[in-house]
Design a protein around this ligand. Structure first.
Ligand SMILES: NC(=O)c1ccc[n+]([C@@H]2O[C@H](COP(=O)([O-])OP(=O)(O)OC[C@H]3O[C@@H](n4cnc5c(N)ncnc54)[C@H](OP(=O)(O)O)[C@@H]3O)[C@@H](O)[C@H]2O)c1
Length: 357
């Protein structure tokens, strides 16, 4: 009999749906190779949940995925109910081997993750917010041996596993550099190609590369949270407020609506055209980069030589460069597509599989 692995998924958006599809599609492979059967026993969205202690049938999951993709709410479906709270959902103890998966973009999952881990469940997150909360919370979560967070940095790329291995095998991190935001990578490439800043932002938004409110990307906070996670893993006792963040727009623009913000962007065009021109005049390329070293963490534009690895990365890809005692002259590099629901879900699934004894 294959091992029965109950899975509780918090958040059934782009990544949650991609993960559910992968779990269903890969059942035969997991049963054959791992002697394990991943059973989705609970799902939650922001105000509803489904709980089936025996596991949801594939046909039921198909119907849920179709409905969610069309904007339905779990609470309105045949099997759904209003979400009491996430803690309650996790606490309906299923089994010691259960795994709770956080695919929300909310820090309200922290108590549920902690409770799950305290009960001996595994927990996996693609959501950065719990790990970017205060340092004490970060430590409580990551001190658990059954907690995984690979997809928080670089989606499916093995960034976290690589750093864990370096640290646990006694290597010493000297510097980590990265291009960690596909959105800002795209923007930098557009600026370099001569596009005005305002047009580059509009284009990124039209292509669906930005959040509905592009300020969430342009403020640098997402990249800063990733740098914070890498810094904390490297042993730096950082809070998010310690990360130096270059926002690509002035704080005064925070009070505008999204449309007003987009309309006001041309006021920044001249300033960015000048920065690109100055970089080009000295043969350099602008990239929005993250840097973590003993002296702290920062994210912002850097002018780099064109043959620098960060400058060469394809615009929407991610790259992380680990310079360590062992990989000093020739650093260890992880790069490739670092976003997208399918790749992120694969990163999460890898974490789940790593928790199966
Ligand atoms: N997409 C990527 O390329 C990518 C890459 C790496 C990491 N991530 C991370 O993965 C996570 C999920 O991304 P996504 O693209 O799937 O986001 P999404 O499409 O916005 O989905 C988020 C899901 O979480 C649910 N949710 C929000 N707050 C909740 C709460 N308090 N309790 C329970 N459920 C809640 C939402 O519910 P409703 O359905 O009711 O709105 C939705 O189902 C995010 O943290 C993101 O940063 C994404």
């Amino acid at each position: 009999m294959p091992q029965w692995v109950p899975i509780i998924i918090l958040g059934i958006g782009n990544v949650g749906r991609a993960l559910t599809r992968q779990i269903v599609d890969l059942r035969a492979l997991h049963t054959e190779r791992l002697r394990a059967r991943l059973e989705i026993v609970a799902l939650a969205d922001s105000d509803g949940a489904i709980f089936q202690p025996g596991g949801l049938q594939d046909a039921e999951l198909d119907a849920i995925l179709r409905a969610k993709a069309q904007g339905a709410r779990l609470r309105d479906g045949e099997l759904g109910a209003p979400l009491g709270d996430l803690l309650g959902l996790v606490d309906v103890a299923v089994d010691d081997g259960a795994i709770v998966v956080d695919l929300t973009a909310s820090d309200t999952t922290i108590p549920a993750l902690e409770s799950a881990l305290d009960q001996g469940y595994g927990a996996v997150t693609a959501n950065k917010l719990p790990l970017a909360a205060d340092l004490a919370t970060y430590r409580r979560l990551t001190d658990h041996r059954r907690f995984r967070w690979e997809a928080t940095v670089g989606a499916g790329l093995p960034v976290i596993a690589t750093l864990q291995n370096l640290i646990l095998t006694g290597d010493e991190v000297i510097r980590i550099e990265g291009a960690l935001s596909g959105t800002l990578g795209f923007l930098a490439s557009q600026l370099e190609a001569g596009a005005p800043f305002s047009a580059a932002v509009r284009e990124a938004k039209q292509r669906g590369y930005t959040e509905p409110d592009p300020r969430q990307d342009l403020g640098g906070l997402d990249a800063a949270r990733k740098a914070l996670i890498l810094g904390r893993m490297s042993g730096l006792p950082l809070e998010l407020s310690d990360v130096v963040i270059e926002s690509l727009y002035p704080a005064a623009m925070n009070s505008l609506t999204v449309d007003e913000f987009l309309d006001a962007l041309p006021a920044l065009d001249q300033q960015y055209a000048q920065r690109v021109a100055e970089a080009k005049a000295t043969g350099l390329t602008l990239r929005y980069a993250a840097e973590v070293s003993e002296s702290g963490a920062r994210v912002g534009f850097q002018a780099l030589p064109p043959d620098h690895r960060l400058a060469r990365v394809r615009s929407s890809d991610s790259i992380v460069i680990f310079q360590t005692a062992r990989y000093n002259e020739n650093p260890l590099v992880v790069s490739g597509r670092g976003a997208g629901a399918v790749n992120t879900a694969a990163g999460v699934l890898g974490d789940i599989l790593s928790l199966i004894a």
